[in-house]
Design a protein around this ligand. Sequence first.
Ligand code: PLP
Ligand code: TYF
Length: 394
Amino acid sequence: MFSNLSTPTADPLLGMMQQFRDDPSADKVDLGIGIYKDGQGNAPVLATVKQAESFLVENQKSKAYVSSAGNEDYNRLTRELIFGANSGLLARSQAIQTPGGTGALRVAGDFAHSVKPGAKVFLPDPTWPNHPSLLAAAGLQVVRYPYYDVASGKLQFDRMIEALRAAGPGDLVLFHGCCHNPGGADPSLAQWAEIAELLASTGATPLIDLAYLGFGDGLAEDAAGVRLLAERLPEMLIASSYSKNFALYRERVGALTLVAKDEATASRAHGHLLPVVRTNYSMPPDHGASVVAHILGNAALRTTWEGEVAEMRGRINGMREKLVAALAGRTTRDFGFLGVQRGMFAMLGITPADAERMKVEHHVHITSSGRVNVAGLNDSNVGHVANAIVAVCG
Ligand code: PLP
Ligand code: TYF
């Protein structure tokens, strides 16, 4: 079975972590994989997470199985976080806990395939590199739609709307709910309204990837587009990840939320997600979700966590401004767009060869697509990174 296998291709993003470790330079800067770093370049456990973990160690009574849907408090708190605690959407939505945002995306894909075998999933171009492979692995037919023009730093909104007319009932259209990875550009509320109108007319189901809630303009602000779609459409799916905004990456904490036209339909659809889970990983891991549920369900801890997210967001947006200032007037391209974009990522619009030069000549590690993780910048390295960009981009 094994001897004739070809050499496997590694995940290029995860492979970058090793390349960075292997770079002996004292000036090296890691702007590769999407992990939030603080001003000292560390990715620490949040203080609220530490407190919740201590609480669980002291108070958790059992490790017995829960269910394929996972922690019910967590599922309710997830819906409340997305839609707002008093939202009418809570009645016609259901959520299940999943192993990370990736697990949520895969369950969504498997579910869509079970309802309509070979259904299409429309993915933005560019998008997170795992989207095409993981949704194709679920049996869906992957179609790309124009989303962001790397060269101009602008959304291709009209071309996107045109392309999405081809998505019909049973098909999924994936959007990044906020803080688009890798483009950093999101639709305005007026554009979300146009998207809602289009989807209402075609009958396609939006699948929202919500991996950076709170990293753009605020927790509620970043959910505004998702809320608008949910208000105006009969159906949607939302794949949440708490990897970034709770810094729980390796604990695998996510959720898949569905919105249906009414409560009874939501409940029935929820029932059809459970066999998808049962025939795959049976049940989600408990620890990270219990941590999140404890924090979101405790008023004091929740307020502290909101402050932790605000600090991460403020640092990212502050570094965007510092990078723009450090580049101003030094390059032929105007990088001012980096300051108005949101989230951890930005595309420099450089060739893979120039991305390689950034790494080899300047020890600034970015992806070959020219994506930088803005959260890897800090006061000590932003000048060096700006110099590298000037040297390579001219
Ligand atoms: N979706 C996007 C856009 C991401 O950037 C990530 C990053 O990891 C994920 C989903 C997956 O998150 P998780 O680590 O929770 O599976
Ligand atoms: O885009 C990123 O860098 C993050 C982290 O297989 C990530 O989303 C990258 C690759 C991967 C899992 C997470």
